[in-house]
Write a protein that binds this ligand. Structure first.
Ligand SMILES: NC(=O)C1=CN([C@@H]2O[C@H](COP(=O)(O)OP(=O)(O)OC[C@H]3O[C@@H](n4cnc5c(N)ncnc54)[C@H](OP(=O)(O)O)[C@@H]3O)[C@@H](O)[C@H]2O)C=CC1
Ligand SMILES: CC(C)(CO)C(=O)C(=O)O
Length: 336
């Protein structure tokens, strides 16, 4: 790896990665389509605030049209449904031997590998919480699990180098030989987060409701059945327990729910990114790119996903103004 690191999509996740790496002395360039945000990063700088740490970092920042040159290491941190469009813009800036690291939720690694080649794609899982507040301001809500690894599980010098970079941001970041396991663990946890976003409540308040337990357990079980049908062994983190959901172990799932509720009680990011897209940003969520793809996969593999499918419809209803966020929407997922 040589030359500056490029962060493509300098919002909540990309902003924190870029600011932390630059503060540690790495040359980092930021790219974002939000012009006011790009201007703010150049000066007065990107302000990271909240309970984890507070600092301001001035960063070389560009809109995609302003960017020139090629980069060996690019972290991609746009929302999953923006991945194809971002890759069109990013492709000319990836050096021939370079790599794109997906710091995103979903299975973007597949999209990147198809577009740029598997050998130019690295898998990454991030679970720390952050919110883009306004141009130049990001809330770093809590620390949480981070993992990185080659798509084929090999331990390579470049994976070690990316791991070392991520350890600057999260000292407990893991270099894994099972990145798909982490990504599918997050697909499971992510399905639960989408369910919390059907309501106006915080992640922990929504997930703690006993009358909605069956909805959360059913969603987690559907995702773990999809992972199992592909021969993937999902991994746990921050309270999410894939073994309990995969085996339908009632006591294990209850312990996992309690642990996830406790984890999310400690963050200054009280609501998920999905909730924020619906309630604050008033824009489309990643539901098709994260949950919709699992419904399609279920149809291909013959794995039933009735709750995931219903949830996609409910999120679309909120996005398109047919329904308002309400705890009553989760009632509709209690029975499959
Ligand atoms: N925030 C969090 O706590 C967590 C997020 N994630 C995942 O990380 C990924 C990034 O999320 P997050 O950082 O929250 O998202 P943000 O919306 O905060 O940041 C993404 C940024 O990329 C910009 N963007 C969109 N399209 C392009 C493009 N083609 N080229 C350059 N920039 C572009 C966006 O602009 P605009 O807003 O105008 O679209 C925005 O500024 C998602 O997959 C999310 O699910 C994972 C774990 C935690
Ligand atoms: C809530 C969080 C940060 C996971 O902890 C997340 O992934 C999201 O907001 O989508």
């Amino acid at each position: 790896m040589s030359g500056p690191i490029l962060i493509w999509g300098a919002g909540a996740i990309g902003g924190i990665l870029g600011a932390c790496l630059a503060r540690a002395g790495h040359a980092v360039h930021m790219v974002d389509i939000v012009e006011d945000h790009v201007a703010a990063m150049r000066g007065p700088g990107l302000r990271i605030e909240g309970p984890v740490e507070e600092f301001t970092q001035v960063l070389p920042a560009f809109t995609p049209l302003e960017l020139s040159g090629q980069y060996d290491t690019i972290f991609l941190a746009v929302k999953a449904h923006h991945t194809p469009g971002a890759l069109d813009m990013l492709a000319p800036h990836l050096a021939p031997g370079g790599v794109v690291v997906s710091a995103q939720n979903g299975l973007n690694e597949k999209v990147i590998a198809e577009r740029l080649g598997a050998e130019r794609t690295m898998g990454c899982f991030v679970n720390f919480g952050a919110d883009w507040l306004e141009p130049g301001r990001i809330l770093y809500g809590n620390r949480a699990a981070v993992a990185v690894g080659e798509l084929d599980g090999r331990r390579t010098p470049r994976a070690e180098a990316i791991h070392a970079l991520l350890q600057i941001v999260e000292p407990e970041a893991v270099l894994t030989d099972n990145i798909w396991g982490y990504l599918w663990g997050k697909m499971g946890y992510g399905a639960l987060l989408f369910c919390t976003a059907l309501t106006p409540d915080s992640m922990s308040d929504a997930m703690a409701r006993p009358e909605h337990r069956a909805a959360y357990l059913g969603l987690g079980q559907e995702v773990m059945a999809l992972a199992a049908a592909q021969g993937i062994t999902p991994l746990g983190f921050n309270g999410f327990d894939p073994v309990a959901f995969g085996s339908g172990d009632a006591a294990g799932m209850e312990t996992a729910i309690q642990a996830m509720v406790a984890h999310n009680r400690k963050t200054a990011k009280t609501h998920s990114g999905i909730w924020r897209d619906l309630a604050v940003r008033k824009r489309k969520t990643e539901v098709d790119a994260q949950i919709g793809i699992m419904v399609s996969l279920g149809a291909e593999l013959g794995v039933p996903t009735p709750r995931l499918a219903r949830m996609v419809d409910l999120i679309h209803d909120i996005e398109e103004g047919r329904r308002a966020q309400s705890a009553a929407l989760v009632d509709l997922l209690v029975t499959a």
